[in-house]
Design a protein around this ligand. Structure first.
Ligand code: BGC
Length: 681
């Protein structure tokens, strides 16, 4: 048997005794507590704010104690902040349009791999703020307008990232719902809407172990996000039991003592408040040493939990982290997140036929639209334009592809000489700025002009959020993607020619006109920097349903080249939670495809809920002419509301209608069920 010489044994024991936090039998929290106990005051204070380094957020390593550097980098569309040789993924709104949990997880994991390859250990994303305002310049970074969808998919992204060894950072807590005046505005909101609409994605992230949170630029009920005792200490840390750290958005810290005592753990990107000022506040007794220790412990806990102490540091910003697999995943995500809004049968195009196809519009070739701007933007290593994607796909066939720019004369000439016209339109938005309207400007006129000379028109729209589609009755098909990423051309070409069957669904509502939102200046952008969320729960489709407004395309909508159906299998008796019901689902077409079966719940009148709320979805992939049984599990949350008098979620007894459909406005079937006192008990 191998035996250690006694001196080596003593040496190892004394090292272990000297660095008890390296004992992997302890929990991350126990390890963090031991390490904090070994730190000097100065060493602790360094961990509470950003310092210059090679990353957008940086805390230097502590060589004495072997604490790795904290390296933070954006963000929700891939490695951002000017990094090169990284995948320009589709934006989050595109990925949420897949309504596919596995794909969202895979995306989180792939983004983490690239960040780790660049030496990053905190991924500044996902962004789960609800798309309350259609003009919001960052909606492309969000997961849409529904809290359940954002919670389910946001959590998958976080799990994918953290399972791959990076700390995820769910942001921006909370109510960063507009860019206009974002650093001065207070979101004035009632507790019920906060709990039911804006909190769920954060709450679910925390319940699933997300290790860091970013507080936002705005105020909530007149207190800055990053010094908000109610939000940070009471809700996040106490009520939800969050164990990781809260980092400020960049320059979103406004105070020293108030922020430190309210629960902010790290100031970024530098230290006007959490540097010398915080040291003085501790020395004056305005911030206790326990509070400081707790902050340091939280960051260390996250670092221990993700394994930073137990693996060698690797990765560098100069690394090329591109891989063929990631390029392919970027294409899969763009294709699966593309939404066929309308199709009178013109799609898919027949690749075996002989015809002339005009691709029209700057966005189709000269200026492809792939990513939004701001911290969520990514420098694309290459971009396959739609013209290029289609040309490559039909190479060697008898389809003639011609291109015309957005110049109306050029466009109409090409369209009238062609058999089919693909008009590519779109726009980009940016962090820091909201859109001023939802139209596409001259591109709307371009579509109308082309419609004047050609009846076979497919509009492809690469958009950052909701748009108006006043021309929709004049075109045969509309295929939309939100920011589609570097593989846009290949993904769109494969859908147009039927090599892929579209299956994306709208994570936002497409309105008929802007008046439908009825935004008063009080609601948006706010008067004197006070934005009143007086619509309460009526955000997105909840508003459109409650006000009985027609939509251009409803939340959850998206067509396929196949046709699907579903019917209830048996009856649901929801006597105890969770309750499960089963339905039969089928594809009645020879083409393989996928449908997202969406489960909407209509509460009893007394609950005071909007007409329908999403409480489940199942994306089912079918071969041609196939059927399957789908189980849906609904727990107490599905039948609960936030009761402000109780201060918690409570189940509302009464008669519910459960609808399973292909969108929020269409039903495959629906049924009623009674939630009684027995199911609540
Ligand atoms: C954004 C954050 C981002 C940070 C760091 C801020 O402007 O709001 O989302 O993570 O910058 O780049």
């Amino acid at each position: 048997m191998f035996t250690l010489p006694i001196c080596a044994f003593i040496f190892i024991v004394s090292i272990k005794a000297a660095t008890p936090w390296m004992n992997t039998d302890l929990t991350p929290e126990e390890r963090a507590v031991k390490l904090v106990a070994a730190m000097t005051f100065e060493e602790k204070m360094i961990m509470l704010h950003g310092s210059p380094g090679g990353y957008v957020g940086f805390i230097p390593e502590n060589t004495r104690l072997g604490i790795p550097a904290v390296t933070m980098q954006d963000g929700p569309q891939g490695v951002g902040d000017g990094a090169f040789n990284v995948t320009c993924w589709p934006g989050a709104l595109t990925v949420s349009s897949t309504f596919d949990k596995k794909l969202n997880y895979a995306w989180g994991a792939a983004m983490a791999e690239e960040q780790l390859g660049k030496g990053v250990n905190v991924l500044l994303g996902p962004m789960v703020n609800i798309a309350r305002v259609p003009y919001q310049g960052r909606n492309f970074e969000s997961l849409g307008e529904d809290p359940y969808l954002s919670a389910e998919l946001g959590t998958e992204i976080i799990l994918g990232a953290q399972d791959s060894g990076i700390i995820a950072n769910v942001k921006h807590f909370a109510n960063n719902n507009q860019e206009l005046n974002r650093t001065t505005t207070s979101a004035n909101i009632g507790q019920r809407a906060q709990e039911e609409i804006y909190f769920p994605a954060f709450k679910k992230a925390i319940e699933n172990g997300c290790l860091s949170v970013m507080c936002g630029y705005n105020k909530v009920n007149d207190t800055w996000d990053c010094e908000n005792e109610v939000m940070l200490n009471q809700v996040l840390k106490k009520r939800w039991g969050f164990k990781g750290f809260v980092v400020s958005d960049w320059l979103a810290t406004h105070s020293t003592v108030k922020a430190a005592n309210a629960g902010l753990d790290i100031e970024m990107p530098n230290s006007p408040f959490f540097g010398d000022a915080l040291k003085t506040a501790v020395q004056n007794g305005e911030v206790s040493m326990d509070t400081i220790d707790d902050k340091v412990k939280r960051t260390l806990l996250a670092m221990f939990a993700i394994g930073l102490f137990d693996r060698p540091a690797y990765g560098s910003m100069t690394n090329n982290v591109l891989t063929p697999e990631h390029n392919m995943l970027a294409r899969d995500l763009a294709a699966n997140g593309s939404i066929l809004l309308q199709n009178d049968g013109v799609l898919p195009l027949d690749i075996e036929a002989s015809f002339t196809l005009a691709i029209i519009g700057d966005a189709g070739k000269n200026v492809p639209i792939v990513a939004g701007f701001g911290s969520g933007s990514v420098i694309a290593p290459y971009v396959v334009s739609i013209f290029e994607g289609i040309s490559n796909l039909v190479a060697g066939r008898t389809i003639k592809v011609v291109y015309a720019s957005s110049d109306v004369a050029e466009a109409t000439a090409a369209a009238s000489a062609a058999d089919t016209a693909i008009v590519v339109v779109g726009t980009v938005t940016s962090e820091g700025v909201d859109r001023t309207n939802l139209n596409l400007g001259a591109q709307d006129a371009l579509i109308e002009a082309v419609a004047g000379v050609q009846s076979n028109i497919v509009v492809v729209a690469n958009i950052p959020g909701a748009i108006l589609t006043p021309w929709r009755s004049k075109v045969k098909a509309i295929l939309s993607t939100f920011m589609p990423g570097q593989e846009v051309g290949n993904a769109i070409a494969e859908i147009l020619f039927g090599f892929r069957n579209p299956s994306g669904k709208l994570p936002i509502t497409m309105p008929i006109d802007e008046e439908q939102y009825a935004f008063s200046p009080e609601r948006y952008p706010g008067i004197d920097n006070e934005a009143v969320y007086s619509e309460g729960l009526l955000v997105g489709y909840r508003w459109f349903d409650a006000k009985n407004l027609e939509t251009a395309f409803p939340f959850g909508h998206g067509l396929s080249y196949s046709s699907f159906g579903a019917a209830m299998d048996g009856v649901l008796e929801c006597t105890t939670f969770p309750c499960t019901f089963t339905f039969k689902a089928w594809n009645s077409d020879s083409r393989a495809g996928a449908e997202v079966f969406q489960v909407y719940i209509t509460y009893p009148e007394s609950a005071g809920e909007p007409p329908k709320v999403l409480r489940g979805f199942e994306k089912v992939y079918f071969e041609g002419f196939a059927s399957t049984f789908v189980d849906v599990t609904l727990d107490a949350d599905a039948f609960s509301i936030f009761d402000v008098t109780v201060g918690d979620f409570v189940v509302v007894p009464g008669e519910y209608t459960i609808t399973v459909g292909p969108s929020s406005r269409d039903a495959y079937f629906s049924f009623k069920t009674e939630i009684g006192v027995s199911s609540i008990a």
